[in-house]
Ligand binder design. Structure first.
Ligand SMILES: C[S@@+](CC[C@H](N)C(=O)[O-])C[C@H]1O[C@@H](n2cnc3c(N)ncnc32)[C@H](O)[C@@H]1O
Length: 234
């Protein structure tokens, strides 16, 4: 294989939702990099692909990117990750950087990618699309994301209330990612806009603890999880 960086989206959780191409490239890679937010916790992305990994032949590396609301302080972590990844490629190795869902949708990979492009524009990067958590959550909830001329919006639920309200009013289907920390505020807003009964909360798609709530009032504090979203379908 030509030495390069390959960003592989491993899907939302079910190993069967990993693409054939992603699986082949992970198997063939010399180095597999997994981003983690906490070095003490095991990586979900790595657990999805564990059957494909060969710890004897492959170098399995984790890069730590702490999860913070303000990501600006993490520049040095992304740059360090980009420098390490570049070094492997310059040694003639192929690096698979695995990421949950799709690598080009709100993914940690993108921060490292921007640094890599800045520091080593000569290094080839291939993006292997993954099934996004949005697609699988919509399928589980039974809510088609868009039909004909409908408008679809995807945004972090952490947006300020005015912006969220405008988006909720203007679009036909709205996907609110990263909802766990602001769930109570979003539920109130949906109620105010008369949209609560059009909203579904989906958590941990394809993973232990997977659940779909068609009634947001039944969601308790214990049901909230980082891997969750609300889909509103008018
Ligand atoms: C950093 S983004 C990663 C998105 C990912 N690149 C994708 O394509 O699905 C993290 C957010 O994605 C959503 N997410 C990712 N995996 C999920 C899963 N298995 N179940 C439900 N939501 C998930 C949640 O909204 C979570 O807060």
């Amino acid at each position: 294989m030509q030495p390069r960086v390959i960003a592989v989206g491993v899907g939302p959780g079910d190993p069967e939702l990993l693409t054939l191409k992603g699986a082949r490239l992970i198997r063939e890679a010399d180095v597999v990099v997994t981003p983690v937010s906490d070095p003490k916790k095991s990586s979900i992305a790595q657990s999805i692909v564990k059957q494909l990994l060969d710890p004897v032949r492959q170098q399995l590396v984790t890069h730590v990117f702490p999860m913070k609301k303000d990501q600006s302080g993490l520049e040095e972590d992304w740059a360090a990750s980009a420098r390490e990844v570049a070094e492997y490629v310059l040694q003639g190795k192929t690096v698979a950087f695995i990421t949950i869902g799709d690598p080009f949708l709100y993914s940690t990979f993108l921060y490292m990618y921007h640094q890599l492009q800045k520091l080593h524009p000569e290094i080839p990067v291939e993006i292997v699309s993954g099934v996004s958590s949005i697609n699988t959550a919509a399928a589980l909830a039974g809510l088609p994301l868009g039909l004909s001329d409908e408008r679809l919006a995807i945004l972090p639920a952490t947006y300020e209330e005015g912006d969220l309200a405008r988006t909720l009013e203007e679009f036909d289907t709205i996907v609110l990612m990263k909802v766990h920390r602001v769930f109570g505020r979003i539920r109130l807003l949906l109620e105010k806009l008369g949209l609560k009964d059009k909203a579904v909360y989906v958590r941990r798609v394809g993973l232990p603890g997977e659940a779909v709530f068609h009634d947001l009032d039944l969601v308790t504090e214990d049901d909230l999880n980082y891997l969750s979203m609300i889909i509103v379908k008018k």
